[in-house]
Design a protein around this ligand. Sequence first.
Ligand SMILES: *[C@@H]1O[C@H](CO)[C@@H](O)[C@H](O)[C@H]1NC(C)=O
Ligand SMILES: *[C@@H]1O[C@H](CO)[C@@H](O)[C@H](O)[C@H]1NC(C)=O
Ligand SMILES: *[C@@H]1O[C@H](CO)[C@@H](O)[C@H](O)[C@H]1NC(C)=O
Ligand SMILES: *[C@@H]1O[C@H](CO)[C@@H](O)[C@H](O)[C@H]1NC(C)=O
Length: 366
Amino acid sequence: MVSLRSSSIMGKTTIYAFISFFFFLFAFITSSEGQSVPAMYVFGDSLVDVGNNNYIKDSILKADYPYNGIDYPGGIPTGRFSNGKNAADFLAEKVGLPTSPPYLSNTSDVFLQGVSFASGGSGLFNSTGQGFLMKTLSLAKQVDYYAAVHERLVKQLGPDGAKLHLSKSLFLVVIGGNDALAYFELGIDKIFKKVSPDEYVGQMVNILQGLLKQIYNLGGRKFVVAGLTSIGCCPGQRIDSITEECKQDINALAINYNQQLTSMLAGLKLDFDDFNYSYFNSYTVLSDIIQNAATYGTILDLNHIELKNDVTNFELKTKKVHDHAIRSIEIIKRTGSIDVVMDSNLSRISHSASKRKKQLVVDSED
Ligand SMILES: *[C@@H]1O[C@H](CO)[C@@H](O)[C@H](O)[C@H]1NC(C)=O
Ligand SMILES: *[C@@H]1O[C@H](CO)[C@@H](O)[C@H](O)[C@H]1NC(C)=O
Ligand SMILES: *[C@@H]1O[C@H](CO)[C@@H](O)[C@H](O)[C@H]1NC(C)=O
Ligand SMILES: *[C@@H]1O[C@H](CO)[C@@H](O)[C@H](O)[C@H]1NC(C)=O
């Protein structure tokens, strides 16, 4: 068994994964029609993990149990923290590539069409997503792995060939949500609490800047960088309060982060003229979805996704628990160049959560 403390950490991390608003706008990508993207390199957390965590031993931060993958071709868990495809899949589709495979699936491959280093639960801080039975690839570690891939690319394509290949490739970076949640987590890493939210966000952005520069120095030129969503509105956060309100302190941190992130990116562009990026404003998009959910199209399914809010790590590990504490739905809108995918009707979910809890815990014993 695992301590309650870990269990609660697990809860938060998992929640973030599941609420993982799997949406993406592709206006930026589709505007460069005709220019083919030879490869996509994916860095990030559960929002874009396509299976790396399945290869990490002695860690329960995995999405290898039902109903993950239930809407994915084949209908079985793939390691994606999602009922179906996630943003990394959709983006790859959009540019005509197969989804970049998990790096840990073959650590000696050259991955000519790209590779994913993304790891659910991970963060900008090396300490985020690490603990008892929790191991993830921090963003720094992901960049280390990218350096190894870069070396193999240079070997295979030659220095100029690798340079050209990488300058046309996409570098997707979706990270920070778990760090933001960690700041508010009680009982762990109280050191973080010694700094103000503003300072904390500054540290996050600094780390990201350093790592983006490393990727740039290793050939990356076209970046798609996502900001933070209104994480305080995740059902997992909202059910903590009786009124099920969004947690404004977390949202404020996300907004602050997004501001510091956008100026950092603009600064990089000034420093390096051939550093090109697209900032994805997750916050605005999600807020719009929450406020105007009905305009986002069809609800595909009400029963597919479960969120593990208060299960123990032990139960998770043995894959027995199907705690339907919170359900999600998938809303898809496809209009021309805009694809929005998410799997939560947030208000419905957070309302149904507390009512269902008892009964559903019973369900999970079967
Ligand atoms: C891993 O990649 C190497 C190099 O491309 C390849 O030779 C090998 O067959 C791959 N292994 C698996 C299990 O796919
Ligand atoms: C984070 O981990 C990387 C190795 O992946 C290391 O190079 C770096 O120094 C670490 N950062 C800190 C602040 O400890
Ligand atoms: C980067 O953006 C500039 C315009 O700022 C453009 O001229 C250039 O082609 C872009 N480079 C790449 C690799 O997309
Ligand atoms: C989401 O749930 C709320 C509350 O149950 C409901 O009023 C709203 O119509 C739902 N939105 C959609 C798109 O189903």
